[in-house]
Design a protein around this ligand. Sequence first.
Ligand code: FPP
Length: 232
Amino acid sequence: MNEENVPRHVAVIMDGNGRWAKKRLLPRAAGHRAGLKRMLALSEHAFDCGVRFLTLYALSVENLSRPQEELDALFGLFRSYFAEETERLEKRGVSLRVIGNADLLPPDIRGMIREKSREEEGERGTLALAIGYGSRQEIVAAANRAVREGREVDEEAFSRLLQTDGMPDPDLVIRTGKEVRLSNFLLWQAAYAELYFTDKMFPDFTNADFDRALEAYSRRDRRYGKVGNDGR
Ligand code: FPP
């Protein structure tokens, strides 16, 4: 693919781990483990393709009301990810950033996020993990901050109050797992993103499937509400 057609920022809603496991008569935690394995491979691949920012929706605010057993399994994966993977990312020139409300997470994970999350872009790019993330909550927090500081904001200044400050808006949002919705993910930032939905459950979403999403993106005509060159 022509390099200039590669989206700079891809965001992925990694849905379908639970159904993937259910189909195999496995516990949901096994689906999340398979999802993590896929996520590791996919995050290498995305940067190899030339993507500079990859944002992965790992846990929404709403997901936090799932049964404690499932949350414990996910928290266990986050712990091992921060302990084992962040250094590897750093070595590859990818910086890790975490967005979301860390106050909703267990204290040790909050500490790991404080220690590992960086705002500077890495040499090869940035991997942003959305954990305990909710877009409406993020927007309300930003609005409250503007009110507290007693200032009126324009779009650009408002964007700077969001947790994604310094990151470009996503060009492409991919959702696996058959559902066709955004589920409180990057609602402000994705205003002009191209959306790509696939029936594949996240653990089955291969690097080749990712390439297909990039291909589809490269064929889209992004007009940002304006009239295209051919008058359409
Ligand atoms: C949605 O599938 C997926 C999640 C709530 C968790 C996603 C987490 C991972 C891929 C592993 C993350 C690990 C790290 C370290 C970030 P679902 O459970 O809602 O699936 P379902 O809709 O089929 O039930």
